[in-house]
Design a protein around this ligand. Sequence first.
Ligand code: C2E
Ligand code: CA
Ligand code: CA
Length: 696
Amino acid sequence: MLTHNWTVGRKLGVAFASVLFLFAGVVLLSVAQINRLQKSSELLRSDGLYKSSLARTAQSAASSQVAALYSLFFLDQRDARIPVYRAIDQNKSKFSQALVELRNANSNPKELAIFDQVQAAREHFEAAAGATYDEIELDPMSAKNVMVNQTVPQLAELEQRLEELATSQNQRVESEIAANGEAGEIAEKLIITFGALATVIAALSSYAITRSIVRPLSSAVQFADDIAQGWLNSTIPKTGDGELKTLLLALDRMRLGIDAREKHISVLAYYDPLTGLPNRTKFHQQLSAKLVGGAAQIHEISVMTMNLNRFKNVNDALGYEAGDALLKEVGKRIQAILENTHGMVARQQADEFSILLPVDSTHYATDIAQQILVAMSEPINIAGQPVDVEASIGIALSPQHGVEPDRLLLCADHAMQAAKLTHSGPVIYDPIHAKGIKDNLTLFSELRNAVEQNEFVLYYQPQLCLKTNTVLRAEVLVSWQHPKRGIVPPDSFIPFAEQTGAIRKISRWVLEHVCILLAAWQQSDVKLGLCVNLSARDLTAPGFLEFVDGLLNKYRIDRTLLSLEITESAAMEDPVQCLHTLKRLRELGMRLSIDDFGTGYSSLSYLKRLPVAEIKIDKSFVLNMDNDADDDKIVRSTIDLGHIMDLEVIAEGVETAASLQCLREYGCDFAQGYFIARPMPVDRFENWLKEQRKST
Ligand code: C2E
Ligand code: CA
Ligand code: CA
C-alpha cells in the first residue's frame, strides 16, 4: 500500500485535509448554486412582469384608440374632433413606444415570431383605424361600416396577438422558474451526495487511522507486557509503521537491553568470577533440581566435595595471583575429566570445589574421584614453576545418604575431612565420619591439654648399622597416653595435630625430652644418637630454629647425636622455606634425613640441594621386597641412587631375615624394623641395648 510508509501525522493530515476539502467544496458549490438560482428567479420574475406590463400597455393603448375612434362618431363638429385626434396620436406613439420596448426586451425566437405577428396585426389595425378617420371626415356612415367591419376585428386580432405574446412570455418565465426549481433539486442532491461522500470518506479514513494506530499500539502493549513478565524471547510484532514502528523498535531495544543485563546479573549471581565455574548458589539450584526429579530418575546422584591440601602454602609462598592461577587450572582439570559424564563442577569457596555427578554405581563415582585426584597430583605450572597440590575428595550418594541438598553436601564434607586425615584416596561417606567430626572437636581440645598434662610417651626403635652390625642411633616415636582411651598410636593423632597446628607444641615437647635423655646418656657414657621426626609445620613455625639451638645449648649436647627426619612430601610442601630451614638446621650442626623416600614426587635436582646426610627408603617398598620383584628393584636402585648422591641409605620396615640379608647385599647402610626390634619405651629400650651390646 502507498500509505504503508506514511507517518501517523501524515496520515491524519491527509485524511483531515481531504475531508475539509470535500466539505469546503460542498459549501462553496451550494452557495454558488443557490445564489445563481436566486438571481435567475428574480431576473425572471422582473423580466416577466416588465414584458407583460408592456403588452398590457400596448393593449390598453390600442383599446383607448378604439374608444377614441368610437367617440369621433358622436362629435359632429370638426373642431371638437381635433383633441380626440391628438389623443389618438398620443396613444399611437405610446403604443409604438411600448412595441419598441417589447421588441428590445425579447430575444426568444418563439416570442419574436409572435412579436412579428403583433407587428403585422398592428399595421393592419392602424390601416383600418386610419381608414376609419378618413371616412369619418368624408362619409360618417361608411366610416361606421369600416369601423365595424375592419377596425374592430383588427383590434380584436391585435389584442389576441398581444395576449398570445403575454401568454408566451408568462409560460417561458414559468418554465424557466420550473427549470430553476429542478436545478435547485439537483443542487440539493449534489449537496447530499457530496455530504454523504465526505462523511463516508471521513468515516473510512478515521477507521483506517484508528486501525493503523490502535492495532500496533495494542501489540506494543502486549509486547511490553511480555517483557514485563520476563518473556525476553518474544519477537517484535510485525504491525505498525512510522512513529509506532519507532516505538516498537525502541521496545525491542529495551527487551534486548534487559535480556543482556539479566544474563549479566545471572552470571554475577550464579558464576564464580575467578574460575568461571558455577558458584555455590548455582550448584545448590542444580542439585535441588536433580533431587526433585528423585523417584522418576533411574540414576543415582553423587555429590563430591574436593579440597586442596596445600593451597594455603601456595598463597603464602607465591602470592595470591599464583593462588588464583592455581584455582583456575584446578577448575579446568576437573572440567576436563567431567567432560563426558554429564557431571558439573562448582567452586564453593576458597579452595573447595563441589562436583555433581549422575552415577550408575559407587564404583563409578570413586573412579571419577580417583581420576580427579590423579589430575591434581600432576604438578601445576604457575609462572614457570611447578607447584604440587594434592587434594582430598569426599563422596556422598543419593538416595543412600540423603535426598536433600544440604544433607548431601554435609555428608560429602564429612567424608572429605575423613579423606584429609587418611591421605588414601577418595572417601565415600560413612555415618562414622559425622561422629568422627564430633570426636575431632573433643580430640582438638584434649590435644591442647595433652602437652601440659604430660600425656605423651616416647618409644625408641633402634637403627642397625649393617657394616658394623651395631646400633648407632634410634628413632624416637611418640604415642599419646590418653587418660580414657589408653595408648593412642601416632598415626591416629599426628595428622590431626598437623592440621590443627598442635604438632608444634608436640614437637617441642618431644625435642626437649630427647635432649634431656641425650644429656643423661652423655653423663652415663651411653654413646647413642637419636632421630626425631619433624613435620612440615615445624619447619615454617616462627622461632623454631632458635628453640632448637636454645635446647642444644641448655643441655650441652653433642650436636651430631641429634638427627632430624623430614618426610619427602613435607619437604615438597613449601620447597623454598624448607630448603632455607634445613640449611639453618644443618648449620646448627644436626644430621638430617629424608623420611618415607620414594613416596613423594620430589625432583632429584631439588633433593640434591637439600643439606641432608641420609635418605630413608619408605617401608612400603621394603615390606614386600621379598615377594615383589618390582619393590626389590626399587629398593636396590634407591640404595644406588643415594650412594651416587653421596648420601647414606637406611631402610625401614625390615620384618624378615631375608630382607635384611638383601639389604646387606645391596650395600644399604642402616636397617630399622620389627625384625631387629619393635619401638620400645625408654627403660625397655635401654635394657635391649645392653643385651645387644653384650651379645656383640
Ligand atoms: P615413620 O616416621 O615412618 O615411623 C616409622 C613407623 O613405622 C613407626 O610407626 C614404626 O612403629 C613403624 N615400623 C617400624 N618398623 C616396622 C616394621 O618392621 N613393620 C611395620 N609394619 N612398621 C614398622 P608409628 O610409631 O606408628 O609411627 C607412625 C608415624 O607417625 C611415623 O612414621 C611418623 O610419621 C609419625 N610420628 C611418630 N612419632 C612422631 C613424632 O614425634 N613427630 C612427628 N612429627 N611424627 C611422628
Ligand atoms: Ca620417621
Ligand atoms: Ca618412615
